[in-house]
Design a protein around this ligand. Sequence first.
Ligand code: DLL
Length: 434
Amino acid sequence: MIFNEKLETMGPEQLRNLQSERLRATVRRMYDRVAPYRKKMDAIGLTPGDIRSMDDLSKLPFTVKDDLRDAYPFGMFAEPMDNIVRVHSSSGTTGKPTVVGYTHYDVHEIWAEVMARTIGCANGTPQDIVHVAYGYGLFTGGLGVHYGAERLGATVIPISGGNTKRQIMIMQDFGSTILACTPSYSLYIADVCDEMGIRFRDLKIKSAILGAEPWTNEMRDEIEARLGVLAIDIYGLSEIIGPGVSSECPEKCGLHVNEDHFYPEIIDPETGKVLPDGQRGELVFTCITKEALPLIRYRTRDISALSRGKCGCGRTFVRMERVSGRTDDMLIIRGVNVFPSQIESVLVAIEGTEPHYEIVVDKSGALDELEIRVEVNPALFSDEVKGLEALRDKIQNEIESVLGITAAVKLVEPRAIARSEGKAKRVIDKRKMQ
Ligand code: DLL
């Protein structure tokens, strides 16, 4: 079902005019209200009047994650706190998270709208029962899908993540028809179903809106075969809105970007130059309607490509290819964004460890596993076992409180981790990606 036929099937010229008008207003707003962005424009002698249409977009300076970090927590907001009705946050490259804010308009007129479109892309209708197993909280997944499902007029089950047996019981008893969670969690739910002697296919779930972490078409095939559902890739990031930036339709030929709100570009990550359609590079978004945090040319570090050919579903919005990787070292473990530098700062702050470590990410069944191998200093290593166990527990707890996920910590003897002459290779990601 196309939720917003008028906008989602808009002709190219009309769309371009709408985008240009919105861009002009956004640039003016950012210039007048957000000092860090105004400084960037002033530095290159650019004024809001120089931006007349989408053709001028590439003149504008980029925004990067560090800009948000430098303005932590609320310094990039274009609205006074009185008008901010919600904040969310995601991991930053150091200990500080990235904080994002929303006005009432952002939550109800933009986010709920684009998420209703997303659920529509998965054949969702007001008759559906949407089982939201993304986490609720500072993470945008749970509440993002929640408001979209309500906007669509569907029934929401706000179950959040975890307690898988209970999830399955609720799906069975309440007759959930659309599942929203990470792709890996959907497979884990299927495993637990098997253990419980329940066939997932016998549940009423007809489609699944899966995202927040990279996955492949092969994984989709497996999910569709095992779960008997239509599995749709949904993409988004907190800085832009959360989920709802783009979504596949049943044609499965790329994710339609809600470009009347979030305008995408692909750039060469080295030179910053805009690349033509079809070429892979770093995805950059400009928010052209948001009030609280209308980031301009935000560099996502996600790798994708754009295509504008006709889509069988009738939607005209540009499509982005499934995200195939990142330009930085961010890992996504069980849907949680993790930077190796966050792990390093925990380790170096703990007495008794050496700055030599390895991060191993693997899959156990459908779920990601994180193991951290860290060298212990020689004095402690010869100490009694109790001391080592206490150290291991301490690291484990610290990691859990900083990252919000559990890690298996393995203490290894001094010099057990191979030294490197060049750039240390600290991350071993054994999960198979295409
Ligand atoms: O993960 C928002 C979201 C929630 C998207 C639920 C989809 C479903 P963040 O926590 O800010 O926001 O993480 C954003 O996750 O830059 C990508 O690297 C990655 N990501 C999100 N969706 C996908 C996807 C949410 N479908 C970061 N495929 C992004 C690959 C994805 N990577």
